[in-house]
Design a protein around this ligand. Structure first.
Ligand SMILES: N[C@@H](CCC(=O)N[C@@H](CS)C(=O)NCC(=O)O)C(=O)O
Length: 230
């Protein structure tokens, strides 16, 4: 039976789950939830995801929300050992990143939401503490480089030899840096990591829609982003 994925291609955690479904050759059907039309808040969808968020999945009787829960479930169910090892110590090492991600790397999306997305699409005023928020973001990006990429020593998060679910979730957030037009020269290890991850065709593929969207409304989009997505 195919996994039913409820998602939106602009949503970072949705893309992470989609990437694993594709890379893991897991049979699946896609159900696009239009966030602009508030489809995430319909009573029908809330039976699947009571938080009113994407992504969520239905696997027969099993209904799950929260992307990291879904990623671990799929990797375990389909025995995708290289994406999420069965060894509990290795799992715990990866879980460190997965937990940090929600309040760490996810700052990228929260910053893009408050300073780009809401003002542009909903006419909402950007917060006044811009300098403070961008300083905080800079701290998180440098922490990502140092702690998880070992300042360039690690090809993949925490030195795993191949991309894991930690990398799948991370890259989806990092691509959102494009919306902020951040200069990647400030983060050389992150830049290198983006190059590596986006050289995987399936990973690039899941970001095409979101990138097209970014290209449409970002003035003076940096050439380095276009190069990464070519
Ligand atoms: N921690 C959740 C985050 C899910 C989330 O924030 N999804 C956003 C899209 S990226 C959403 O569905 N937002 C709906 C809304 O804001 O109403 C996960 O990892 O799945």
């Amino acid at each position: 039976m195919s996994i039913q994925l409820y998602f939106n291609p602009i949503s970072q955690p949705s893309r992470a789950v989609l990437a694993l479904l594709i890379l893991g050759n897991i049979p699946h059907d896609l159900h696009n939830i239009d966030l602009m039309k508030q489809e995430q808040n319909t009573p029908e969808y809330k039976k699947i995801s009571p938080t009113g968020n994407v992504p969520s999945i239905v696997d027969g009787e099993i209904v799950l929300f929260e992307s990291h829960t879904i990623l671990k479930y799929l990797a375990r169910k389909f025995k995708l050992e290289k994406f999420y090892p069965s060894d509990i110590v290795e799992q715990a090492r990866l879980d460190q990143y997965l937990d940090w991600h929600h309040t760490g790397t996810r700052q990228i999306t929260l910053t893009a939401r408050d300073f780009v997305f809401y003002p542009k699409f909903f006419g909402k005023a950007a917060p006044e503490n811009k300098d403070e928020r961008f300083k905080e973001l800079d701290w998180y990006l440098k922490a990502f480089e140092e702690i998880f990429l070992g300042n360039g020593k690690n090809k993949y998060i925490l030195g795993f030899p191949e991309p894991t679910i930690a990398d799948l979730t991370a890259i989806c957030e990092l691509v959102t840096l494009f919306m902020l037009n951040v200069d990647l020269a400030t983060y050389p290890h992150l830049h290198q990591y983006l190059k590596q991850m986006l050289s995987i065709p399936e990973i690039k593929q899941v970001h095409q829609h979101a990138f097209g969207f970014t290209q449409k409304f970002t003035e003076n989009l940096r050439q380095e982003y276009v190069d990464l997505m070519q």
